[in-house]
Design a protein around this ligand. Structure first.
Ligand SMILES: NC(=O)c1ccc[n+]([C@@H]2O[C@H](COP(=O)([O-])OP(=O)(O)OC[C@H]3O[C@@H](n4cnc5c(N)ncnc54)[C@H](OP(=O)(O)O)[C@@H]3O)[C@@H](O)[C@H]2O)c1
Length: 262
């Protein structure tokens, strides 16, 4: 998909292009290739093929001026690239979600695994970081609604759940839901950085310095677009037991139903 000829073939005849590609950890070149160069190629492909609409997945706090987190900086640069195409007639909307939860998501799965491995005490970096988890089905619904809503063209839509949590609260909620008795030991700034420096060398990079820097920004929506798009934000508590329950093969269906009846 990084090959312009392939992209041109993929978008030909489409009414819209939806870009969900992203990486949480990469080299500086990797981040740039995926978050900035790919959107640039997509814009070119869409314009040349006469595709009128582009929905682009960014992230809350994405900012081209971000000094530390390459994830947030390159996401911000990519967002700027796609919005610049408005001037050429491409109808662009970007989405800026807080952390997304749903079946098999990275965030809950990573903490669930670490909690299961922890021997009673769970050392947690950045315990006071603020997050406003948003349900994946709500994010999908926002894309679907925006696809047909002309008033979303040119908008950068922040997407958040109904409640902001400290990371410490989220991990405690997860432990309770999993039935695990763990004492959460919040690490201070120095130890949080040390944990990131160490864990970023493990396979799968469970926590990196870039993640640490991202967590320094409160992941909180100033103005949440979900209500405005007619989507009531789903509470994490309504869905979590279904996501982590014993019958995970039914999780998708149950979580979907729970979200829509919450
Ligand atoms: N999950 C969250 O909490 C969250 C929050 C805010 C924003 N977002 C954004 O939402 C989007 C989807 O996130 P996700 O959680 O669904 O992530 P994901 O499961 O890792 O999906 C990322 C997608 O990007 C593709 N991709 C990654 N690196 C690529 C590369 N070098 N070349 C081509 N394709 C590549 C992956 O393809 P393969 O499957 O083939 O690897 C996958 O389809 C991303 O843009 C992410 O930054 C996510």
């Amino acid at each position: 998909m990084h090959d312009p000829a392939t992209l041109a073939r993929l978008v030909r005849g489409c009414r819209a292009v939806i870009n969900l590609v992203g990486v949480l950890n990469a080299s500086p070149e990797g981040f740039r290739r995926v978050h900035v160069e790919l959107p640039r190629k997509l814009v070119t492909a869409a314009l040349e093929a006469g595709v009128p609409r582009l929905l682009h997945m960014s992230a809350l706090n994405a900012d081209p001026g971000e000094p530390h987190s390459l994830y947030l900086r390159t996401k911000g640069e990519g967002e700027a690239v796609v919005h610049a195409a408005l001037a050429q007639g491409l109808q662009v909307t970007s989405f800026r979600p807080s952390v997304i939860f749903g079946p098999d998501d990275h965030f809950l799965r990573r903490f669930a695994t670490l909690l299961r491995l922890a021997p009673g005490v769970f050392p947690l970096a950045c315990p006071e970081a603020r997050l406003t988890p948003v349900y994946v089905q709500d994010v999908v619904d926002a894309f679907v609604v925006a696809l047909e809503e002309a008033r979303t063209v040119g908008r950068r839509c922040a997407l958040c759940g109904p409640r902001t949590y400290r990371l410490r609260e989220l991990v405690a909620l997860l432990a309770r839901t999993l039935g695990l008795r763990r004492r959460i030991l919040g690490l201070g700034e120095g130890l949080s950085r040390l944990q990131a420096r160490l864990l970023q060398h493990l396979p799968g990079q469970p926590f990196t310095m870039d993640n640490y820097h991202s967590l320094q920004h409160p992941s909180v929506c100033g103005e949440n677009c979900l209500p405005e798009l007619g989507i009531p934000p789903t509470a994490l508590e309504a869905v979590l037991p279904h996501l982590l329950g014993p019958h995970q093969h039914q999780a998708r269906l149950q979580a979907y139903r729970a979200g829509h009846h919450a």
